[in-house]
Design a protein around this ligand. Sequence first.
Ligand code: PBG
Length: 334
Amino acid sequence: MTVYGSFPGARPRRLRTTSAMRRMVAETRLNPADLILPAFVREGVSEPVPIAAMPGVVQHSLDTLRKAAVEAREAGVSGIMLFGVPEDSKKDAAGTAGTDPGGILQVAIRAVKEEVGDELVVMSDLCLDEYTDHGHCGVLDAGGRVDNDATLARYAEMARVQADAGVHVVGPSGMMDGQVRVIRDALDTIGKEDVSILAYTAKYSSAFYGPFREAVASSLEGDRKTYQQDPANLRESLRELALDLEEGADMVMVKPAGPCLDVLARVAESADVPVAAYQISGEYAMIEAAAEKGWIERDKAILETLTGIRRAGAQMILTYWATEVAQKLGGARR
Ligand code: PBG
């Protein structure tokens, strides 16, 4: 007697016989609307500047940033996350350029909003490392340690100027304790209740941020281990999640994505808000470099990583390939 629940009755390969069949039974689908494009904009340049460690990614001029935003929207991408790269001479210990209403990020937010209005979700990195001369995500105390509470005051000010520039979502990425609460309070106090917070909830101290430091021209002395999480820890992310939700996060993010799929799955299981993952610069660089050498098939590898990140539980994915992938997926806004 054939037992259909086991071999030879059960043959899972039947559902893999044709590409139409595989497409029909696929459990995870990528949609352009899942994707968010991180973009760098550099002050004082009229031409985009290539980033050597991220082939295909540039530090935009304001002009090409506008074009990239339009292109992303046309491809069906949901949002754009902006990072400012100030002129070197404007970096200082307090990261003043980050709170200058005329600072590059604020100017970029205004430019992108003018270009795409509300048709693309405009997001901004809320962190000091792009603006400090020492490269840390906060201000330092007399002993050279990142001062949590003094940094929070700077973040509150950043939230206010970014909101004034018209941003829809701020993305605090500095991993200071209490950052979500302080930013929420700052926004509400100036009547910006509608500006959302995408909290970098589980952000690990990762070797894969390397190319990003070139992208924002940051010269970090030391490391970020006193504020970013140890990759050895999972439970700690659940604690960060509980705190961020309690402090008022509207959306939460896990970063990096590929090395932290288990964290992503656990966060997605427990969070009652939208969950994002950030496929970071080093994840991008690895695939581009291996593909350049002819060691892997680039397009397939990209789709496989993004599908894996979706499968692990991310509803939204920040990826430098957002526009390209959205175009390949068909482009139509759904
Ligand atoms: C901090 C920040 C970083 C990234 C996004 N926000 C760098 C860091 O924490 O060292 C990394 C993004 C990437 O590597 O693609 N402002």
